[in-house]
Write a protein that binds this ligand. Structure first.
Ligand code: V47
Ligand code: SF4
Length: 392
């Protein structure tokens, strides 16, 4: 019997697809580890069937990570949903004039949230919220130092570039000065939010008044230069087209070539409940899976691709593990409202470690608990074997 290499296998699978012959150049690039260009990214979105895109994305995923699939134990603090901005897709924020309809947590309330995890083996707190005009840089430096004093080993991932841009401008500090101050207080990494879509025209239509693409990228570059790791998101499935998605990923890929500071790319599906864009239909699950697959193929220099289950729903997050995804975020403990308020099926997002492990095992992948920086805390591969035999 002839033994086929993985590469030969990939080429023969590609050629079994009707449209396969149009994708030989892309297949050869993927096999030889070369990156695809923007036109090829658009071709994948427009002309590749979902099955073909999945074959490419899965090949890359398995080359990078095998079956390993990461999750972590985390909770969120959302200090406020009061926001000076009014992004059209946002279901969560309230303007300052309507602050009575929203929430604004005091330092004590936020520290009580942190303390409520004292006996739990949590490794990360993710802090993200609206842009409140009275919660300034000093307030957040104080919050970070108090958390660090209370629980030094807890990794603090906090603040989108949108929140940071506003804080730094109000404090009349440069991005470098502001970021250094937060780092000195104990901030360790940045989440990927606020990126939305970088294209200037689309950004103008959906979130006109907040930090622009260059401002977002500059903040992440500065964090990288200070040795911090960050994530990046894309908000897709609204009024953008495939060119805009590729342009967005291209700007991130270019910055990553310079800094290598991004850990994870997180496509965020637009959810359309209770916001000013409710007239825009949500993308289909097939479209969501295509987005993950093309992201995995195009973003060759991003180590990880995450499906954020509170937004996508746990079943679809499980499905995404066959479309290039190798991370599904964490336990969450019902501590975020951004997606439940926008209509996600996960109205009280909480998963135990056991549930996350089972979700990953059912998809025939190997669960790995990680910390924020992808250091392995526990690899469940030994138990995977037991699971496989119990199925026979
Ligand atoms: O920037 C807001 C998005 C983001 C809606 O880095 C919406 O690990 C869809 O960035 N439909 C904030 N998306 C959340 C975020 C994030 C989440 C999980 C993990 C990480 C990480 C980062 O949420 C915002 C915006 O793009 N968002 N409203 C909506 N209706
Ligand atoms: Fe404010 Fe963020 Fe909502 Fe925009 S997405 S309105 S910046 S909370």
């Amino acid at each position: 019997m002839k033994i086929h290499s993985k590469e030969e296998e990939l080429l023969s699978i590609i050629n079994s697809f009707e449209e396969g012959k149009h994708f030989n150049t892309i297949a050869n690039k993927i096999i030889s580890g070369q990156r695809i260009d923007n036109d090829e990214g658009i071709l994948l979105f427009e002309k590749a069937s979902l099955g073909l895109a999945a074959v490419f994305a899965n090949y890359i995923r398995e080359k990078k990570h095998g079956d390993l699939t990461y999750f972590n134990r985390n909770f969120h603090i959302e200090p406020t949903n009061v926001c000076v901005f009014s992004c059209k897709f946002c279901s969560y924020s309230r303007l300052y004039a309507h602050r009575d309809e929203g929430w604004q947590l005091s330092m004590e309330q936020m520290m009580n949230i942190v303390k409520s995890y004292d006996n739990k083996s949590i490794t990360e707190v993710h802090i993200v919220g609206g842009v409140h005009p009275k919660m300034n840089l000093d307030f957040f430096c104080d919050l970070i130092s108090q958390i660090k004093q209370h629980r030094p080993a807890l990794h603090i991932k906090g603040f989108t570039a949108v929140e940071l841009d506003y804080m730094f401008r109000k404090a009349k500090l440069t991005v470098e000065e502001g970021m250094q101050k937060l780092k000195d207080a104990g901030l360790q990494s940045l989440p990927g939010g606020g990126a939305e879509i970088f294209d200037e025209e689309i950004r103008q239509q959906i979130s006109a008044d907040k930090v622009d693409a260059n401002g977002w990228l500059k903040i992440h570059e500065t964090a990288h230069n200070l040795g911090m790791h960050t994530n990046a998101t894309i908000l897709y499935g609204h009024i953008e087209n495939y060119e805009h998605r590729i342009d967005h990923m291209n700007r991130l890929r270019d910055l990553q070539d310079i800094t290598h500071g991004f850990n994870t790319f997180i496509p965020l599906k637009f959810r359309n409940k209770n916001n000013d864009m409710s007239y825009v239909p949500e993308s289909s699950i097939a479209e969501d899976m295509k987005m993950y697959a093309v992201a995995r193929i195009y973003m060759d220099n991003f180590p990880h691709l995450k499906a954020y289950w509170p937004m996508l729903g746990r079943n679809n997050a499980q499905l995404s593990l066959s479309f290039g995804v190798n991370d599904i975020d964490g336990t969450i403990d019902d501590s975020t409202k951004i997606y439940s308020m926008a209509g996600s099926e996960e109205q009280t997002p909480t998963m135990t470690t056991e549930e996350l492990v089972m979700l990953i095992k059912q998809a025939k992948r190997i669960p790995v608990e990680r910390d924020t920086l992808y250091n392995v805390i526990k690899n469940y591969s030994a138990q995977q074997k037991e699971f496989d035999t119990s199925l026979n």
